[in-house]
Design a binder for this molecule. Sequence first.
Ligand code: NDP
Length: 330
Amino acid sequence: GRSWHLASRPHGTPVPENFALREVPVRAPGEGEVLVRNTHLSVDPYMRGRMNDQKSYVPPFALDEPMDGGAVGEVVASEAEGLAPGDLVLHGLGWRDYATLPARRTAPVPRDTPRPSAYLGVLGMPGFTAWVGLREIGGIKEGDAVLVSGAAGAVGSTAGQLARLMGASRVVGSAGSAEKVDLLTGEYGFDAAFNYRDAPVREQLPKAAPDGIDLYFDNVGGDHLEAALTAMNLHGRIVLCGMIAQYNATEPPPGPRNLALMVGKRVRAQGMIVGDHEASRPEFLAQVTAWVESGELRYRETVLKGLENTPEALLGVLRGDNTGKMIVEL
Ligand code: NDP
């Protein structure tokens, strides 16, 4: 088998030399374990943070050790009750072609699913993040005007559409290209959207949200967060989901200069980590699977083929090459 290893830690934007693809032995499953042939790998923005040697909510990748991350694959050998060759599973040993792991550290993926990769995207961690963020962190209610940044990405495209399905009166999105903006206001049904590269967010947002914002789902931080604070209505809420605008920064960026607005507007902002919400996953999966199957919730994936393209896929996510979830198909 082969597995990507962290060869060196990046300073700023990662480069291909930070990653090394190495031969690794494929271990036969022991008692209670399965051997999985990975078919789809996930690359996610949080992996950039794991390339740094810093304490966080998830431990850093170790130098010269195999990297890991979300993956879907097919069981090829099983020493575990309840799993047989041909079964599909979701698990955490990505960045490699074969994985041996305890069956209890896998989650089932329906064997006949037409969309196995969706369990890494709209039906997986990013979709769950959008659902949890709106419901359990943002406390979305009927009539809210909602702003989503990173709105053409995996989390953002789901968050914007879910906001509408959960009762938002107006949904506004921002993304980094004209094609993405068209997708938001077209297929995804956002009421308004803008390309943050065209002009400063603080100039574009008031036109897209003339009556202000009640709930901001923040994937980006930086100038988006500052502009959102200015646009926020009384008792507004902010879901601090991610701050991708600063993941490659080499110095801590300045905070929003208008933070004082939160006082008078009684704004509540709360960070979130999706892994804290496992108990809600069955409810999420049932509701969102139904919306995907009925066509009320749409999704896109950007697929790169071949294990050798995994680092390129991660660099692509950080650059905005993806529309919807970035997937590596093996
Ligand atoms: P996406 O699919 O949204 O991919 C990342 C996108 O970010 C790119 O496509 C790009 O789109 C955009 N982007 C990159 N750089 C910038 C920038 N400087 N300013 C604005 N946009 C930028 O990734 P995910 O959906 O997986 O993740 C979205 C966010 O959610 C991230 O911040 C991530 O860290 C966070 N997250 C948080 C979780 C949690 O538990 N808190 C769980 C999962 C994700 P564009 O072309 O529009 O620039």
